[in-house]
Ligand binder design. Sequence first.
Ligand code: PEP
Ligand code: MG
Length: 582
Amino acid sequence: MAREKILKGIAVSHGIGRGKAYIYEPGEVEILQTPILPIYLEKEIARFEEAIEKTQKELNNIKKRINQEIGEDFAQFLDAQVMMLNDKEIIERVKKEILKQKMNAGYIYNQVIKEYAQRLGASKNQYFRERVADIWDVGIRVLRNLFGLTHASIVEVPEGSILIARDISPSDAALIDPKNIKGIATEVGGRTTHTAITARALQIPAVLGVKRLLSCIEDDEKIIIDGDRGIVIKNPSPGRIRFYDEVQKKKLKLSKALSPYCELPSQTRDGKYIDISANIEFYAEYNYAKKYGAAGIGLFRTEFLYLARRGNPAEEEQFRVYNALAKSMKPQPVIIRTFDLGGDKIFSDYQEANPFLGWRAIRVCLDKPEFFKTQLRAILRASVNHNIKIMYPMIATYEEIKRANLIFEQVRKDLIKQKIDFDHQIQVGIMIETPSAALLSPQLVSQVDFFSIGSNDLTQYTLAVDRGNEKVNRLFDHYHPAVLRLINNVIHAGHEGHIWVGLCGELASDPLILPFLVGAGIDELSMAPMAIPKIKMVLRSLTVSKCEKIAHEVLKFRTALEVKKFLRRAIHKNFPGIEEVL
Ligand code: PEP
Ligand code: MG
């Protein structure tokens, strides 16, 4: 019997996927050079035109699928590819060179595209440089059609497959069909790559960044993808299969038991209402927010608009997405976070020694006011008759809020001057995700309408631990008393200043910490949509009075372990019945 092997990677999309390996290796296209007899040159040109037409049809089909399944915002990078495909200069050059060099269209097209890509790559303009990947994406498609190669296609993946690849291009990632693909593993990539984003949006378990994946796995081998723990298991042993059977059975049973909670109000047993909202990255995910009973969108990570299309989205494009989302959620609120680019969400070829301590989020926006203004205009325009709020990420200083608010004021004035309507009462809040913002929260409160605690970054910056770094990520622990004290202080400062305080990091979806957060007085929690029913179920078992006592005790501990042990005991004693979902 084949030996079991476990490969480690980065967990980017939750769940357990089982199936047979489908190795996706589109590979390089071999460029053959064939002389063409003069009498066949016109025919060769016609063949080239047919290849362009066929590629256009392929791109149209991809766009249609993405629009339906993920959302229009995600399909926009294809517009750039369609434009490049139909670029008159390129097409005419290719035709002329076929006639001049009397060589086959594939050979000539490759020459022309190569030259074009080099020119784009050398451009001073970042937008043009970022288009190099697009030109190759579309160029390879045309070349495959010219050389009569079948695409080692993601579309033809058989049902029950686990997609195994070195990397997946954005246009191919967009073709992933969740009906056939039960899990994804790649050698390259992290949490914010296209593949990761697509996997999460389609709810396919995925593990990326698995070293030596392709050299370890062969077609049709049995694979389990554990998207919770970040592991890929090839040839799972009978014991392992039984283990995962049990895990899946439990998951299914739990999700059935929890499904009634989607509809129930999110309140404690003694009647305190806490908003439970959804974190989303794409417009189409609002469906999940609704399905799982969210009170609104607590965090719309708009940077994915930028990353998905690999470039700066125009005002109109942004407006369409924000407007559609707010309309679909109406009357529920949608908190639109301004671009949190930088850090691990790399958006330019600007290299930094410490990206998490570098040019990120509000820092980028304040340094590029026109870029920031475009987004603020789009958000404000979409706010008419909708319930939209704005949120700035990564605030670390008082001056940053002042400057952001100043730019916001200029945008408001411009819109008024141009007689463009917007919601004049729109709330503007900040994320509290740096220790400095948390410590300064009593001073920041007068400048904003709400705080939303970003516990992922707050933990990372408080403990000085890069959680993407496998050598130190065991030190990343949001139960650390220092993190919990900061959270408690922020909630207190918010309430003293009469504003509401939410939390939208991973901590919000952790049932064990919920008694602490409720006891500390949190007003809103925002999380991945799927986590909502579980958190509602736990919340409905708690009482504020007991949670306040628990929170008080938690703040006395010295270590994360002590906090966790205490919370387990406290839940067991005070709220029996919820231990099973911890
Ligand atoms: C956070 O830092 O907790 C947060 C919600 O923001 P992101 O995960 O997008 O950095
Ligand atoms: Mg953050």
